[in-house]
Design a protein around this ligand. Structure first.
Ligand SMILES: [Zn+2]
Length: 272
């Protein structure tokens, strides 16, 4: 039993070290657009890799700022969601996207089972195991409280998205609703619940690592134009740290609790 999670480097992930005492663990599934050279950018031009289809713009800086401000461990993925999406179940048809927001991904278009298995072993499993081991390390001190940081594109299929930040959740209200209410208390913020898409997916990160273990969790989505610069992303990281810090004292977060129909499988939700 240790009071700190040590930092760790791996080609597929980075663990930012932090204290275990608050229970908080930050997860950043879509931190980077990195694709190893041998994949030839999956046949995409560089401008496509700079878009939201390759990663969640701004979230790495938000997550690093949060981790530093709260001295909490964070697990950061180091591969593009276009290679394989760690926020999906292994059987999910969107695990490897053939078309992403209108862009055909040539390197994925005719991908076979073997190649998918290779990417699972090279990227998905190491990142997944890093989350698992970090949560287990924290659980030796107290029940982990997970904050997953994502970002969404300001416009999808010609429709503008008004929310500045949202919380996406399905079953466990404890930390999700606490974070949602804290965001709503911020003057001038337009906050959405289960926007711009509905709830979770069976087998996604929150499902595998939190609902399955009874750990309280929240998934925050921030609109990408608000965190597109380093300065703005740091500002949002500090803002979230300020909002989240007092919530971690809630006794409801100190116990494991099971919500929804876990472990029986749940119905898939709408994909946005
Ligand atoms: Zn994301």
């Amino acid at each position: 039993m240790s009071d700190r999670i040590p930092p760790q480097d791996h080609p597929a992930y980075e663990i930012i070290g932090g204290a275990t005492r608050s229970g908080l663990v930050i997860l950043c599934d879509h931190a980077q657009a990195s694709i190893p050279a041998e994949y030839g950018n999956l046949g995409l031009p560089p401008e496509q890799l700079a878009r939201h289809i390759a990663y969640d713009i701004g979230v790495e800086t938000v997550s690093r700022t949060l981790a530093a401000a709260l001295d909490a461990p964070a697990v950061i993925s180091r591969f593009s969601r276009l290679l394989i999406d760690p926020n999906r179940g292994r059987d999910d048809p969107t695990l490897v996207m053939r078309i992403a927001d209108g862009a055909l991904v040539p390197g994925n278009a005719r991908i076979g089972e073997n190649e998918i298995r290779e990417r699972i072993e090279r990227f998905y499993v190491p990142y997944d195991s890093a989350i698992e081991s970090t949560l287990a390390g924290v659980a030796a001190t107290r029940v982990p409280v997970v904050l997953a940081v994502h970002s969404f594109t300001p416009e999808m299929k010609g429709i503008a998205r008004p929310w500045h930040a949202t919380v996406i959740w399905d079953f466990d209200p404890r930390f999700n609703l606490a974070v949602l209410r804290a965001l709503e208390s911020e003057p001038g913020l337009i906050v959405g619940e289960n926007e711009p898409y509905q709830g979770g997916y069976q087998g996604d990160t929150m499902d595998r690592h939190c609902l399955a273990h009874g750990y309280p969790h929240a998934l925050v989505e921030i609109r990408q134009d608000l965190i597109a610069t380093e300065t703005d992303a740091k500002g949002w990281g500090e803002r979230l740290a300020h909002l989240v810090r007092p919530l971690l004292d809630d006794p409801a977060l100190r116990e494991r609790a099971w919500f929804g129909a876990h472990p029986p499988p749940r119905t898939r939700r709408q994909i946005a």
